[in-house]
Design a protein. Structure first.
Ligand SMILES: Nc1ncnc2c1ncn2[C@@H]1O[C@H](COP(=O)(O)OP(=O)(O)OP(=O)(O)O)[C@@H](O)[C@H]1O
Ligand SMILES: [Mg+2]
Length: 432
């Protein structure tokens, strides 16, 4: 490549030579005209190239423009290479940026980037949902103007972020518990990580309730037992009275035993997340067993109807199915006053699903209790249920057994009109 200065010297020499030749032939005037004309040719060429460059820059088409010849070719070529390299680097940076954003968006946690004034620089969509933010609208707004909670305000102001902060009753319907922690980075900026701990909090409070309930349920029979034991120790009772005390102690001990047995059954069911086996259960034999138990429990106080409308067998775990069915039947007996009617039936419904239902003419259950019946220890009428020996675990066990058999527990009830408890099994759990 010829250096530019050499080209320039060659050009000037050429113009001078031609101008002298013209001067010699036609005089000064023509020599001046010739030199101006000769000099204006590269000037015009440069002007045209500059104008083309301006146009291409405006169209952002520098990389694709055709290269001119001569000195400008080199300039344009270097310019094109520079622009190509710069654009390539920008593309790489943009891709990396997009990957970061995608990774942050994929996070199950809320992420908010705050600048040195606690203004939102960026947040992911989970954080938008948690705090009701809208990134486009709220960008560069101070976060404590948007999350108006005194404890959050204090947390940010204190500037010691070793411990996370628990924010309760958050979200659109105030149902979320969020764990928030700030992590300082860069120049006095903070990354806010937000974790949804609603389920953990619920599990924690359920565990606390459960321990409180078990202790409460055990305390009553233990206190009664201890009372009788003290009496027996201190007083010299007659045989008849002593036997009566022993009977009462036995009934309290039985109550504790049944509570512990129910708790163990529940624990076993909960520990086993696999579907129940597909053993063939003959529904007619099952109904006969249920009938015997029901009549023994009722002692002639209720009238029963046991019907097997369809002969299809059920596929499941016989012990579990018997336990679930007899829980429903024993509830009907225990909560239906004397002379009440209890209908127990097995049939296939119009959708081909198997239904085991227990209908009684008992007191019925008000609608506000229906959704909570299967909670552990939930009883509609605590005192009445305790009189009947209930601990409130029966329906929780039924629900678990239903889950293991892909069945649904349906309850229809109206106060004063009786209740119908139905277990609905899918077609796959039936065999003809
Ligand atoms: N057929 C029914 N009629 C009226 N109320 C019922 C009936 N079945 C259940 N209930 C109500 O639902 C509550 C929960 O029933 P569940 O079987 O879970 O517990 P329980 O009968 O009190 O005790 P457990 O079955 O553990 O001995 C009962 O306490 C009772 O108030
Ligand atoms: Mg029960």
């Amino acid at each position: 490549m010829i250096p530019a200065i050499l080209r320039f010297i060659v050009l000037i020499c050429f113009v001078l030579l031609v101008s002298f030749a013209v001067l010699y032939q036609w005089g000064v005037g023509w020599a001046i005209v010739t030199s101006v004309l000769l000099l204006s040719i590269p000037l015009f060429y440069s002007y045209m190239n500059l104008a083309r460059l301006g146009r291409q820059i405006q169209l952002d088409a520098l990389e694709t423009m055709a290269l001119p010849s001569g000195l400008w070719e080199e300039v344009f070529f270097k310019l094109q290479r520079l622009v190509k390299n710069l654009k390539q680097r920008i593309r790489i940076i943009e891709q990396q940026h997009e990957h970061f954003i995608e990774a942050f968006q994929a996070s199950p946690n809320g992420i908010v980037m705050l600048d040195e004034n606690d203004q939102i620089e960026w947040c992911n969509s989970i954080a938008e949902d948690f705090f009701g933010l809208n990134f486009k609208r709220d960008v560069l707004q101070r976060i404590n103007f948007l999350i108006r909670r005194p404890e959050f305000f204090q947390y940010l102001n204190k500037r010691s972020f070793e411990e996370p902060l628990l924010l309760e009753r958050m979200g659109a319907d105030s149902s979320l518990s969020l764990m928030v922690q700030a992590f300082p980075f860069g120049n006095q900026r903070n990354l806010l990580l937000v974790q949804n701990v609603t389920d953990l909090q619920k599990a924690d409070s359920m565990r606390r309730d459960f321990v409180a309930n078990v202790s409460h349920e055990m305390r009553t029979p233990i206190t009664v037992l201890m009372g009788f034991l003290e009496t027996l120790q201190t007083l010299d009772l007659e045989k008849g009275q002593r036997d009566q005390y022993f009977d009462m102690m036995m009934s309290q001990a039985k109550r504790m035993k049944s509570l512990v047995e129910d708790l163990l059954t529940l624990a076993n069911l909960e520990a086993n997340s696999l579907p129940a086996p597909m053993n063939m259960i003959n529904t007619e034999t099952l109904m006969a067993l249920l009938r015997n138990d029901a009549e023994a429990l009722s002692q002639g106080k209720h009238s029963f109807k046991f019907e097997v409308i369809d002969k299809e067998s059920l596929l499941g775990d016989e012990r579990e199915i018997l336990s679930a069915f007899s829980n429903l039947v024993s509830n009907a007996i225990r909560y239906t006053p004397d002379a009440g009617e209890i209908d127990v039936r097995w049939n296939i419904n119009s959708q081909g699903q198997g239904e085991f239902s227990v209908r009684d003419t008992g007191p019925g259950i008000a609608s506000e209790h229906l959704a909570r019946l299967t909670e552990r220890f939930y009883r509609v009428d605590r005192s009445r249920s305790r009189d009947t020996g209930g601990t409130g675990l029966g329906l929780a066990i039924v629900k678990h057994i239903a889950g293991r058999h892909q069945a649904q527990l349906l309850v229809e009830s109206m106060p004063g009109k009786g209740s119908t408890f139905t277990l609905r099994f899918p077609k796959e759990r039936l065999s003809s």
